[in-house]
Design a protein around this ligand. Structure first.
Ligand code: GLN
Length: 192
């Protein structure tokens, strides 16, 4: 099992340490050739416009789209924005996942927050019963998911913060910033 982490901008190093903790081989992806031989790809949080512009500059847009048609891809926060089909404004998007996302939906940096989420799918997959402690930093929300995608988790007010469409996964929050490796384990199960 070899998982790539898109390493253009943002907190890719934290994803790499999480993957190492669960014994997964990792590759930093900066160029199209780095996708060769990978079983899955994680796209980190950061700034989605910057990630998109760099992906265009490095000729990564089409290779990433091709990769995502057949392999597991997980976008966290800015990565989820980049993975989506629609953010209601003009910026480079992979448009792989049929979800509509609203950027900075909770406000500014000072409005960042943490919440405990009961995510049935995750608890089932990992045989655990405790909630997932999620960290939101200038987070997007997933406004809507198409019929082919399903909601994995929503806040108490109904706002969607995690969704899955086959082997594609999007989370508004940052599982790489907690000590809880369950989301990374769940993603590995999609990549296997
Ligand atoms: N606000 C950022 C964006 O819109 C995402 C923030 C994050 O990844 N923590 O790209």
């Amino acid at each position: 099992m070899k998982i790539g982490v898109l390493a253009l901008q943002g907190d890719f190093a934290e994803h790499i340490s999480m993957l190492k903790r669960i014994g997964v081989e990792t590759v930093e992806v900066r160029l199209p050739k780095h996708l060769d031989g990978l079983d899955g790809l994680i796209m980190p949080g950061g700034e989605s416009t910057t990630i998109g512009k760099l992906a265009v500059a490095y000729g990564l847009m089409d290779p990433l789209r091709e990769f995502g048609k057949k392999h597991a891809v997980w976008g966290t926060c800015a990565g989820a924005i980049f993975l989506s089909k629609d953010v209601g404004r003009d910026q480079p998007l992979l448009e792989l996942m049929d979800i509509k996302v609203q950027r900075n939906a909770f406000g500014r940096q000072v409005d960042s927050f943490e919440a405990d989420l009961e995510i049935d799918e995750l608890m089932k997959a990992t045989g655990t019963e405790y909630p997932y402690h999620a960290v939101f930093i200038r987070a997007p929300i997933i406004e809507s998911v198409s019929e082919s995608a399903k909601v994995l988790s929503a806040l108490e007010d109904g706002r969607i913060v995690a969704a899955q469409q086959g082997h594609l996964l999007a989370t508004s929050f940052h599982p790489e910033l907690t000590g809880d490796t369950r989301f990374h384990e769940y993603f590995i199960s999609l990549a296997s």
